[in-house]
Write a protein that binds this ligand. Structure first.
Ligand SMILES: [Zn+2]
Length: 136
């Protein structure tokens, strides 16, 4: 028996699949249009960053709000069933994310985390990305 209703389930599955989920495609196309060259899903770096700008020493992570435990976020819904399982899972994801950021920073990378819910406001998102790419 399914613990989630259909809609919630397909949404969660889209979080789990990981590669080339919609928010990543949107962010990549913005970055691409800005004229930056990047690599995607670099498996030799901690956390397999979604977008890597080697020349700039910069990394963008695109995080699903549920899967990566975005605090106080509407998309970070609490499943009513298997609550403890999911809470444990999400907490370990958040801790792993934190560890990866620390490791990457030690290696000299600058990091921007874009949350799935921030994709809705494209203007704001573009400003955020261009600030990240031009500052530091
Ligand atoms: Zn969020």
């Amino acid at each position: 028996m399914d613990v989630f209703d259909k809609e919630k389930r397909s949404w969660i599955m889209s979080q789990i699949k990981g590669k080339d989920t919609k928010p990543e495609i949107i962010v990549r196309s913005i970055v691409h249009r800005m004229g930056y060259r990047f690599r995607k899903n670099k498996t030799d770096l901690p956390g397999k960053p979604d977008i890597v700008f080697k020349r700039h020493n910069k990394i963008i992570f695109i995080h699903g709000c549920f899967w990566h435990g975005h605090k106080k976020c509407k998309k970070n819904i609490n499943p009513t069933n298997n609550k403890i399982f999911w809470e444990k899972k999400i907490i370990s994801n958040v801790e792993r994310d934190k560890r990866n950021v620390i490791l990457l920073k030690k290696q000299g990378w600058k990091i921007l985390i874009i949350w799935e819910c921030q994709i809705k406001d494209l203007d704001k998102l573009k400003t955020k990305i261009s600030d990240f790419m031009t500052n530091f």
